[in-house]
Design a protein around this ligand. Structure first.
Ligand code: AQP
Length: 330
């Protein structure tokens, strides 16, 4: 079976973008792939995290993943800091990747903002750690949202440069799996900005912990233009807010965007938003309920992460030993 690796940061509640762009695909891949899914706490601390909040977020994100359908008896689910191969491989990759490569990463530019001198070194080197996450297991398939495409290309470059520098065929070049209709879910307040955990406005996103009332209210207030719904797929492309809501609908309903356009062409947004709310609540409510049940029993979640960490470490250990041998460590 092809080996899959993917991760999610415990930096807050998971949102609809994480779910439709990544996690839902993780669930589907479990049947015919060997899946390793990671709550990437080492990545989270590239920006300041309050320690108690971080601990809680690791448990909650793990619980959300299980609630969303990750089966920890088949897939491996753990938090990154449990397996030291990530950090060890990342250091080697810090010495393989070039400053120029990292200087081109758009996510660093967005997250560091204007005050780049004050960003952590970890935030800059983040893509090297992400390459290490994947290659520490020689994973070949990486299901992510569109925003991670550039980092995946960097992981391929690192694998190729490592192999070339040492004259080996050690690391496979991993492929991104960018699947489904909603590979880039946008903010509900601004159709040109991606939906994100770190957006200061909670109205900009639908969290997996939101109640049906929250969901209804956020969709009702979501920004739209004053026109009725678009009548063609071409028209959708020119109207970012309509495009975002219709794409979300298509993904939730497992329909194509063209089908959604056909069903709602020329209708009013108020009608469409009611239908969208119904879809969102019916997909998300069962996940929210199950997640609440799981976080009430942290012993269970902690046990899953501990066992997952042991299984992950067993796969990573021989690969890391070989990596070190190739580099020449005695
Ligand atoms: N808006 C999105 N649409 C589609 N996919 C998305 N992903 C994130 N946002 C969207 C995908 O979710 C996975 C996990 O993301 P992450 O939490 O590790 O990192 P992120 O991309 O940094 O997510 P956020 O929400 O934007 O967090 P902050 O605000 O903390 O940076 C990834 O596969 C990602 O593609």
């Amino acid at each position: 079976k092809p080996r899959v690796f993917s991760g999610v940061q415990p930096t807050g509640n998971l949102h609809l973008g994480n779910y439709l762009g990544a996690i839902r695909n993780w669930v589907k891949l479990q049947h015919d792939h060997e899946c390793i899914y990671c709550v990437v706490d080492l990545h989270a601390i590239t920006v300041w995290q309050d320690p108690a909040d971080l601990t809680r977020a690791i448990r909650e994100v793990a619980a959300s993943l299980i609630a969303a359908g990750i089966d920890p008896t088949t897939s491996i689910l753990f938090n990154q800091s449990k397996v030291s191969a990530h950090a060890e491989t990342a250091w080697i990759f810090n010495c393989v990747a070039r400053m120029g490569w990292l200087n081109r990463m758009t996510q660093f530019k967005e997250k560091a903002g204007k005050d780049r001198e004050n960003a952590s070194v970890g935030l800059f080197a983040y893509p090297n750690l992400m390459a290490a996450d994947i290659l520490a297991y020689k994973a070949t398939h990486v299901p992510v949202g569109e925003d991670q495409k550039q980092h995946l290309e960097l992981a391929r470059d690192i694998a190729q440069k490592f192999n070339h520098d040492f004259g080996v065929e050690h690391f496979p070049a991993p492929d991104p799996l960018i699947l489904g209709e909603a590979t880039r879910v946008m903010s509900l307040r601004d159709g040109t900005k991606k939906m994100s955990k770190s957006d200061p406005s909670d109205q900009s996103r639908i969290n997996l912990t939101d109640s049906p009332d929250d969901i209804e209210q956020k969709i009702r207030r979501a920004k739209t233009d004053p026109l009725p719904l678009p009548e063609t797929v071409e028209e959708v492309a020119a109207r970012p807010e309509a495009a975002n809501l219709m794409t979300i609908y298509a993904a939730l309903a497992d329909e194509s965007l063209a089908d959604v356009v056909a069903a709602f062409a020329g209708k009013q947004f108020s009608d469409f938003k009611r239908a969208l709310t119904e879809r969102a609540v019916s997909v998300l409510s069962p996940i929210t309920g199950e997640m609440r049940r799981l976080v009430a029993d942290p012993g269970y979640v902690d046990g899953v992460l501990r066992q997952g960490g042991e299984r992950a470490a067993a796969i990573a250990a021989p690969i890391l030993a070989e990596t070190k041998r190739i580099v020449g460590f005695l």
